[in-house]
Design a protein around this ligand. Structure first.
Ligand code: CP
Ligand code: NVA
Length: 306
């Protein structure tokens, strides 16, 4: 049984500005020097209750590059899928592996897992947050713009997991962040208030609006995500209508800075939230962004497991 104190990575709210900047700096170092045998003999259990390409593959490759091992576990194959309590799963797994990464629905479930595990738990996406994505986004933005202060990042679309984490990340590092959503799809009010509170200390501005043109005006970064997230498939049709004005297309990006960059966490739906002309165009950095998932997650793994 492990008795040492552990730290989780559930939301960027739990990490200070300095800690976030240190993780990004370490990710840059890992990009330069990717193969390090520091996690030899260590195992990461990866539990997926939803689909994943980038998170799954980057965590598995990342563990291997650090000398460790990753287990790919789907809920249906675990007793969790047959009703075993999350707490018993957490306690049992803590006896075998060194960390758990989980992608699930409710954020309360990951908190329950973390509270019952004696090993670090990493959030690989919940309905509420996607902190690994936001850390990769911050690294990408820093690579593109060379700074955070004075950079305007605009997110268009649904005010949920990816937007929440990016908003918190922006507030922490002092980057200006505007989110434009259709009415009824605004970000969680508590998250907005927390981000605005943090922003007061870092000098960031956090703006929530329903006006896509005002939001994109003078943006350095234009960011979007799918209109119907995993678990919202039945709302697909009504969302196509509600989000129409928020599509990132050639017309809308005319309002952004001339040297704006386009980001998307992926997977993307071309001609829905973004046109092919933009995501496959010269301003798009979505695959550098995807690559950065690997670098930042290795930094997180080193931070939590060493
Ligand atoms: N962006 C992201 O988390 O991708 P996957 O769903 O493919 O893991
Ligand atoms: N908001 C999306 C992000 C996928 C990485 C979802 O939750 O499905």
């Amino acid at each position: 049984k492990k008795t040492t104190t552990k730290r989780d990575f559930l939301t960027l709210l739990d990490y200070s500005k300095e800690e976030i900047l240190n993780l990004i700096e370490e990710a840059f170092k890992l990009e330069e020097n990717p193969i390090q045998n520091v996690l030899q003999g260590k195992t990461l259990a990866m539990i997926f209750e939803k689909s994943s390409t980038r998170t799954r593959v980057s965590f598995e490759a990342g563990m291997l590059q650090l000398g460790g091992h990753a287990l790919n576990l789907n809920t249906q194959e675990l007793q969790l899928g047959r009703g075993e309590p999350v707490s018993d799963t957490a306690k049992s797994m803590s006896r075998y592996v060194d960390a758990i990464m989980i992608r699930t629905f409710g954020h309360d479930k990951i908190e329950e897992l973390a509270n019952n595990a004696s090993i670090p738990v990493i959030n690989g996406l919940t309905d509420m947050f996607h902190p690994c994505q936001a850390l990769a986004d911050l690294k990408t933005i820093y690579s593109l713009k060379g700074k955070f202060v004075g950079v305007k990042t605009t997110y268009l679309g649904d005010g949920n997991n990816v937007a929440h984490s990016l908003m918190i990340g922006a507030a922490k590092v002092g980057m200006d962040f505007t989110i434009a959503t259709p009415k009824g799809y605004e970000p969680n009010q508590t998250v907005v208030e927390k981000a605005q509170e943090i922003a007061k200390e870092t000098g960031a501005t956090i703006i929530v609006t329903n006006d896509p043109i005002a939001a994109v005006t003078d943006a350095d970064i234009v960011y979007t995500d799918v209109w119907a997230s995993m678990g919202q498939e039945s709302e697909q049709q009504e969302r196509l209508v509600a989000f129409k004005e928020f599509q990132v297309n050639d017309e809308l990006v005319k309002y952004a800075k001339d040297d704006y960059s386009f980001l998307h966490c992926l997977p993307a739906h071309r001609e829905e939230e973004v046109t092919a002309s933009i995501i496959d165009g010269e301003h798009s950095a979505v695959f550098d962004q995807a690559e950065n998932r690997l670098h930042v997650q290795k930094a997180i793994l080193k931070e939590l497991l060493l």
